[in-house]
Design a protein. Structure first.
Lengths: 49, 165, 256
């Protein structure tokens, strides 16, 4: 494969950047769900799922 | 008129104002927004001695690679109507070849030639596999030295056949 | 008028139907798993095809495979900004509370995709053009788009009162929207080093089908990825806002 380093870096960026966003979103959702469950009297009824 | 409707109209008015202002500014600075000038524009001679970018196709049969005694590569850049001789000593990009679009940075010399200190290859919007390119050349639909390949609509129909070989 | 009271939006008015955070959380919670799985499958399929099974280009060789990342990232950089502008209109005209949160969450994702577009373009430009970067109209206007995203990210978070931040950000987003047609048509209006579009609505694509299909599939895939990330972030933001509201209510209660 010609220009392999260029292609490899491009694909790492193209997959890595969205992956970082996805992991961050998952972490935020987990933290917020846990926090809500602790303090929100209505947490069982809403935010789940 | 409700508040929402008024806000919508204000927004639309602002948008129209901003849009036309931008259009005017872009038209006014048109000359500075082009990345390169064509050999025809260059031949008018107004840009003598200034650093400019010259863009066009490398004329077929005009490339003389630098060798012993002459370090510079010589070639002509054409837009079909006019052409200008370019000299360049340095490493040419991979895509540089006859018939290829190039953009060269340099200055027009008093003798009417262009002395370049940077050569960039311009890629066109055509993407095709090697097999299709070979098939087009073999069938005589495209002569690579003469310019860019024919429009894709003419060969996309034949492409699956060419790949199937 | 500017105060947002969670859960008190008028019911039944079509535009504000999703302004109810509880309803948004339920609905998006049902859609998000499907969206994520679909995004993952499509993008893996498109990129895998592009990287391993699509042919090398007759001029560019294997470097053409970079476009399967670069072109979708570029489309989404613009499309993401368009969605930011739409959210801004919804926010400025209709004062839609979810539009504010969505705009705030679109900004960083759009900036990330724009950065990917610029970086992968650079990685393609060096071996093909012979330059990492040139100041032509296309590249410069996309760089301006990147800075607009960064400005929006900073501005919406710059005020103590979040509502003022959202207003200011919405105005910036709408002013910046003039850049979108400039990006799109820069390659047609001016001489640029960047090639014109290979795919458009008015003529046949100047691209072999064996390259066009993986490109379109990975574009759909990246669009789904973008949407899934934005929905997930907006969900988190809605919940975080509710947490802030509850904590403030508690603090007020404790003081009283």
């Amino acid at each position: 494969m010609t220009h392999l380093p260029f292609i490899a870096i491009a694909y790492v960026l193209g997959i890595g950047v969205p992956l970082c966003f996805a992991i961050d979103a998952l972490r935020r959702t987990r933290a917020a769900t846990r926090r809500l469950a602790a303090i929100d009297p209505r947490a069982e009824r809403r935010g789940r799922g | 008129m409700t508040r929402k409707r008024r806000r919508l109209y204000v927004l639309l008015a602002c948008g129209i104002g901003l849009g036309s202002a931008t259009a005017l500014v872009l038209t006014a600075f048109n000359d500075n927004l082009v990345f390169f000038v064509s050999p025809t524009d260059m031949a008018k001679g107004e840009r003598m001695g200034r650093q400019v970018r010259l863009g066009g196709l490398v004329e077929k049969g005009s490339v003389q690679r630098g060798g012993e005694g002459r370090p510079a590569t010589l070639f002509r850049v054409t837009d079909g109507a006019a052409s200008i001789g370019v000299s360049y000593s340095g490493i040419l990009p991979d895509l540089f070849r006859e018939g290829q679009g190039v953009v060269v940075l340099g200055a027009l010399q008093p003798d009417g030639t262009f002395k370049a200190n940077e050569v960039l290859a311009k890629h066109d919007e055509t993407y095709m596999p090697k097999e299709v390119a070979e098939a087009l050349k073999k069938s005589g639909q495209w002569n690579p030295g003469a310019g860019p390949p024919p429009p894709a609509a003419t060969w996309n129909a034949t492409a699956p056949k060419a790949e199937g070989k | 008028m500017d105060t947002e009271i969670v859960g008190q939006s008028p019911r039944g008015r079509s535009l504000h139907r999703f302004a109810n955070p509880g309803r948004f959380l339920r609905l998006s919670g049902a859609v998000l798993p499907w969206l994520s799985v679909g995004a993952l499958i499509t993008v893996s399929f498109g990129l895998g095809w592009g990287l391993f099974f699509s042919p090398a280009d007759y001029q560019q060789g294997d470097a053409v495979r970079i476009i399967y990342v670069h072109v979708p990232a570029a489309w989404l950089a613009s499309a993401g900004y368009l969605s930011l502008a739409i959210c801004s209109v919804l926010s400025l005209v209709w004062r839609h509370p979810l539009a504010d949160l969505a705009a705030m969450e679109i900004g960083p994702v759009g900036a990330g995709f724009t950065a990917v577009c610029l970086a992968t373009g650079s990685l393609w430009g060096k071996p093909m053009w012979g330059a990492w970067w040139v100041w032509d109209a296309r590249l410069t206007s996309v760089l301006v788009l990147f800075f607009l995203y960064l400005g929006h990210i900073a501005l919406v978070r710059a005020f103590d009162d979040p509502t003022r931040g959202h207003r200011a950000g919405a105005i910036l987003a709408l002013v910046g929207a003039v850049n979108l047609p400039i990006i799109k048509f820069s390659v047609d209006w001016w001489n640029t080093l960047h090639q014109p579009a290979s795919i458009n609505f008015t003529s046949a694509p100047s691209m072999a089908p064996s390259m066009l299909w993986p490109l379109l599939i990975s574009a759909v895939g990246f669009t789904l990825v973008f949407a899934a990330i934005v929905v997930a972030r907006t969900r988190a933001a809605v919940m975080e806002r509710r947490i802030r509201g509850l904590l403030m209510a508690r603090a007020a209660q404790a003081e009283a």
